[in-house]
Design a protein around this ligand. Structure first.
Ligand code: GRG
Length: 302
């Protein structure tokens, strides 16, 4: 698959994911809910339906497809993961954390609404993700729903993304060494990407060997994703990224790019892409879209 064909596939799928998210994030209540407050709904929709790449849900659906599960079967889990990703961005942008005014080229949720709305939008999205994964109507068996909910909790929670964010905030006062940076990045950014690939394999009822293989693939491209993000922070403009850049350097934040330099980072990205591609070899041409995904994360320009 060429890189251009991959971008077309990613944006076609992103459009379908956005339609699904827009449908489930409406004001109509579900059984057991009492009311969805209009302003909170508006803040949530502002934070979710705003043109993200939808890369994590793409990975869920594409990995599921590798093992024979179709897009409709994978969509609730894919959407759940995007809800958690969007919650993390909304909270990360808050003044108490990264204090950003711009996200995906638009005002952040606390700027467009207020801080309380942004906190509650994030809280609601995190909880709603587990609603999507565990909803009986999503067509998945009880064991699969429980397994996915459990893995998602571990990827997103204190030993995963939220914990990684805590380590990242602490790193501002006590700079970590390279191992420390690698660990916090594996948690903060890597855990959700890893989950996307594991979840796809679970949705496709893959063998435990294949679930492990996809977990390692997810970890590998998660590393590449963060390394590329750090490189873009050094090399790109805010206009191009739709968010502030140069922040790592300005805040004295330790990154692998800062520790090892941009030439090393570019070589390392090549190495990670080769590793990711070799993990997909057993799947032949069916693995081409995920190979293209690995190249995309490593070599993207925004
Ligand atoms: C607040 C609990 C909590 C966690 C925040 C993910 C995160 C943890 C913070 C975001 C900060 C950041 C810039 C991380 C680097 C990698 C990253 C997650 C980039 C944004 O993801 P993309 O590029 O964004 O997939 P889109 O907008 O396309 O969804």
């Amino acid at each position: 698959m060429t890189d251009a064909a991959f971008i077309a596939a990613l944006s076609a799928r992103a459009a379908r994911i956005e339609i699904y998210l827009a449908r489930v994030l409406q004001s109509a209540t579900l059984a057991g809910e009492i009311e969805r407050p209009a302003r909170l709904m508006a803040a949530i929709r502002h934070g979710v339906l705003n043109g993200g790449k939808r890369f994590r849900p793409f990975l869920v659906i594409e990995t599921a497809g590798l093992f024979g599960a179709d897009e409709a079967q994978a969509m609730p889990v894919a959407a759940a993961l995007e809800c958690i990703h969007c919650y993390s961005l909304i909270h990360d942008d808050l003044p108490a954390m990264d204090d950003d005014d711009l996200r995906r080229g638009q005002p952040t949720v606390h700027k467009a609404y207020d801080e309380a709305a942004a906190i509650l939008a994030g809280d609601s999205l995190l909880t709603f993700a587990f609603d999507l994964v565990t909803d009986r109507r999503n067509g998945l068996g009880g064991d699969v729903r429980a397994e996915l909910a459990n893995r998602l909790a571990r990827a997103a929670g204190l030993g995963g993304m939220a914990g990684g964010q805590a380590l990242d905030l602490a790193a501002a006062s006590v700079p970590p060494d390279e191992d420390g940076v690698r660990m916090l990045q594996a948690m903060k950014t890597g855990a959700l990407i890893r989950f996307a690939c594991e979840a796809g394999a679970i949705l496709g009822n893959a063998s435990s060997g294949d679930i492990d293989r996809m977990r390692i693939f997810g970890e590998t491209i998660g590393l590449a994703f963060q390394l590329a993000d750090d490189l873009l922070d050094v090399t790109q403009t805010a206009d191009r990224m739709g968010k502030a850049t140069g922040k790592d350097d300005a805040s004295g934040k330790v990154t692998l790019v800062g520790l090892r330099g941009t030439a090393w980072a570019r070589n390392e990205l090549d190495r990670l892409v080769a590793e990711a591609e070799s993990l997909l070899e057993p799947f032949g041409p069916s693995g081409y879209p995920l190979r293209a995904a690995a190249r995309f994360v490593a070599y993207r320009q925004s």
